[in-house]
Design a protein around this ligand. Structure first.
Ligand code: SF4
Length: 142
């Protein structure tokens, strides 16, 4: 079993209430081979919600308390992103998940790129950081 970003599975979980569904991911979910999850919703955030970007560092840095995840409304959503990442990990452990395919660029799901200080740079999201720390392979889709 693998975990996939819910927005890649066609769920309208993105901050603006849209999705970025990919046929190959939708097929995996339809075949019962993948669990679609949205860490930001699992962390208690609504949809739509303000776009969130990192300040000073990426998801790894946030785990070490060296970065923050700030919304465009000026609210610090770091705790929500951490809570969502922990919930994704809890579900991964329930279902013996060893691999995830997540949406790159997101402050939760990003794998190679995230927004830090208003620039898209190398770095990972909070959920990716937590999953990797727990030996789950994380792949990216743009
Ligand atoms: S947190 Fe992840 S699953 Fe949720 S909308 Fe953002 S990229 Fe998609």
């Amino acid at each position: 079993m693998i975990i996939v970003s819910a927005c890649l599975a066609g769920f309208n979980t993105r901050y603006d209430g849209t999705n970025c569904g990919r046929p190959e991911i939708i097929s995996l979910v339809a075949a019962g081979k993948a669990i679609p999850l949205c860490p930001e919703q699992l962390g208690g955030l609504p949809t739509p919600r303000p776009p969130i970007r990192f300040i000073e560092g990426d998801g790894d840095a946030l785990l070490k308390n060296k970065a923050k995840a700030m919304g465009s409304d000026g609210v610090d959503y770091s705790k929500n992103l951490l809570a969502g990442a922990e919930e994704v990990l809890r579900i991964a452990e329930m279902f013996n998940v060893s691999r995830a395919i997540l949406k790159d660029g997101s402050p939760s799901c990003g794998v190679f790129k995230v927004w830090i200080n208003n620039e898209k740079v190398e770095g990972c999201g909070v959920t990716t950081a937590v999953l990797k720390k727990n030996n789950i392979i994380v792949e990216a889709l743009e």
